[in-house]
Design a protein around this ligand. Sequence first.
Ligand code: ADP
Length: 260
Amino acid sequence: MRIKEEPYYCESGKEKSVFEHCSKNKLPLLLKGPTGTGKSRFVEHMAYHLGRPIYTVACHEETSATDLLGRYIIQGGETVWIDGPLTKAVKEGAIIYLDEIAEARPDVIVAIHPLTDFRRTAYIDKLGVEIEAHEDFMFVASYNPGYQRGFKELKPSTRQRFVALSFDYPSEKLEAEIVMRESGVDAASAKKLTKLATKIRNLTELRLTETVSTRLLVDAAKLIAGDLPPRLATEVALVEPLTDDPHTLQALRDIMSVMI
Ligand code: ADP
């Protein structure tokens, strides 16, 4: 897919420059960090700037090498081969973005190995062919290193194949800017939402599996910008999605009612 309009991305560090250098040096890039911190948006932004098509695959526990490389299908009584997104990216010189790569089946990791080192080739076992990657092909993956929370780990030997960038929640000032830009909410509401997020993120005793992401703030802000009362908007878009535990929910509501 080619991205036609520039996706808005607010840079926190030097990530754009790192991406460009990886692209120039044909190095695979791993984006590490919690969900909703702008990883996908960043890759789309960079694909636009580098003028490359992008193929995104949201990996889950059933994602297999076949899903990425391709498969035979029956079409009008004939068996035809259909390239998967990885094969398309390799041939066309696109960016492949494997979101949450650690969730995928182990054969995915095996399939990407020859693409993430000096070989830069894809081996399609079902066809018995090896394809050399196009000059402009770039491999990008993301993963959520939730080591304390029982998320799937990426093996160190796989991790070490990549240049890696850590993503985290932006500073309150940048986050308020993102929230305003993405939702059209006023500055005062954006500031309140980001302050609430910081407060919740610092309360580790709540033991949330995943804490407030920028995505949740943007969702709450969109509802507020659309005239839903701010407390109701924050409750449904930010508090409720965080947990199902009644005590934690009540604690979150209490904090919210003081701050919103
Ligand atoms: P991830 O891929 O890390 O799960 P996304 O890229 O999907 O997160 O980000 C979720 C949403 O949060 C985006 O759609 C966007 O509205 C917002 N967002 C988060 N960080 C940024 C950022 N740095 N610049 C612009 N938007 C951002």
